[in-house]
Write a protein that binds this ligand. Structure first.
Ligand SMILES: [Zn+2]
Length: 126
């Protein structure tokens, strides 16, 4: 992971991205890693984060991101798998949740393959 001053976590996809010369004058205001993320739906992002919170509140253990996708979109939930993982990365960056693989905490940006989500140190009280 790079230094926090030279990289940020995208407000949509939750991936870490590095400073670029074109942002030299506006780096403090940059929130998204690129145009596609900038045009993303804030409403869907919030719905998925709410679903993850609600599922974790109801349960003592961990959840799968697909459960949050299903909670938001019962029929076409598969379309929401990547958005659900993005929501998980954003929440992990805020320590609201932790991302786990085989029971171990993993870096949200680099995680590949199936993940589970658990409550983090900053998980909000009900
Ligand atoms: Zn992004």
């Amino acid at each position: 992971m790079g230094s926090r001053t030279q990289s940020k976590v995208c407000a949509h996809c939750g991936r870490e991205f590095a400073w670029r010369r074109k942002w030299a004058r506006c780096w403090d205001q940059v929130r998204y890693c690129g145009e596609r993320c900038r045009r993303s739906s804030g409403r869907l992002d919030r719905a998925l984060e709410d679903a993850i919170r609600a599922l974790l509140r109801d349960r003592s253990g961990t959840i799968c991101p697909s459960e949050a996708a299903r909670a938001v979109e019962r029929e076409r939930w598969r379309d929401l798998m990547e958005p659900a993982r993005s929501a998980a990365r954003r929440m992990a960056d805020r320590d609201e949740i932790v991302i786990l693989q085989r029971g171990r905490r993993v870096d949200p940006t680099g995680a590949r393959g199936p993940i589970r989500l658990g409550r983090g140190s900053a998980f909000p009280a009900a």
